[in-house]
Design a protein around this ligand. Sequence first.
Ligand SMILES: [Zn+2]
Ligand SMILES: [Zn+2]
Length: 289
Amino acid sequence: MAGGLERVYGTEEDKVNCSFYIKIGACRYENKCQRIHSIPPISQTILFKHMYQNSPMEVAIASGNAVSQAGIEEALEKFENFYEDVFLKLAEFGEIEDLIVCENIGDHLVGNVYVKYTSELFAESCFNALQNLSYENRPLQMEYSPVLDFSSAKCKQYIDGTCQRGGACNYLHLKKISTKFKKSLFNQMYEEHPEYREKKEKEVNTEQDIVMMFRKSPKKNKKKEKKSKKKKSSSSRESSRRNSIERQKMINDWNETGIQNVSQAQKNDVWKQYACSSLYSQSIDENKS
Ligand SMILES: [Zn+2]
Ligand SMILES: [Zn+2]
């Protein structure tokens, strides 16, 4: 009997658990869903709900509207700044397997950021360290996510360029980031935390080893933190952005017309203690009621 339940768990046939929540990590019915959204007590993946703030230009892009070349450039720059900032911060807690940001604009998916670590212990360390922080004056809304396979959460039609639902789609439409740029961030992570790679090369994956690796890292992290800030603006990273043919291709994928200004994300002091943002959270509550 237990075998039967296992077989339907998380599928459309499952009358108890919400298959959407299990697959995507968010469901459009949210708290009103007829099926259970059971947040795992621990996971390799953490969801930061609505963390990324879209500019009007990005909303236009997500909706499939025509936008200007300059507007697209600014939107990409804004997103890359965010991605870099968040990636390097999250890498302080452990080896990142992937970091994705939703382009969807539906209420339950807008601005969602998912980070998947290579171990639950890394995720736990991140969760404990950041749960009372705010980012850009908005309190982080973190939860462990059941999503371990991003590929099945992604919208296949969006990847093919055929999704008709646009930003309102309930499967993940990921914000595009150049592979070269992303790779440079992974390289920086391994440079600053060689202990992640050393272990990987040995292909040692026992829990004991991961625990040891995790215990070793904080000291090193602190020393290298200053270094990393300087590196952020390193010329190699800038050139990996500007010279990227892939990036130009991404831009060309969108069409031209209309001009909008997009303010750049401020990189300084964006991570703060929750207390700093109490006013903001209050205003969120007011809006909800
Ligand atoms: Zn649901
Ligand atoms: Zn779609």
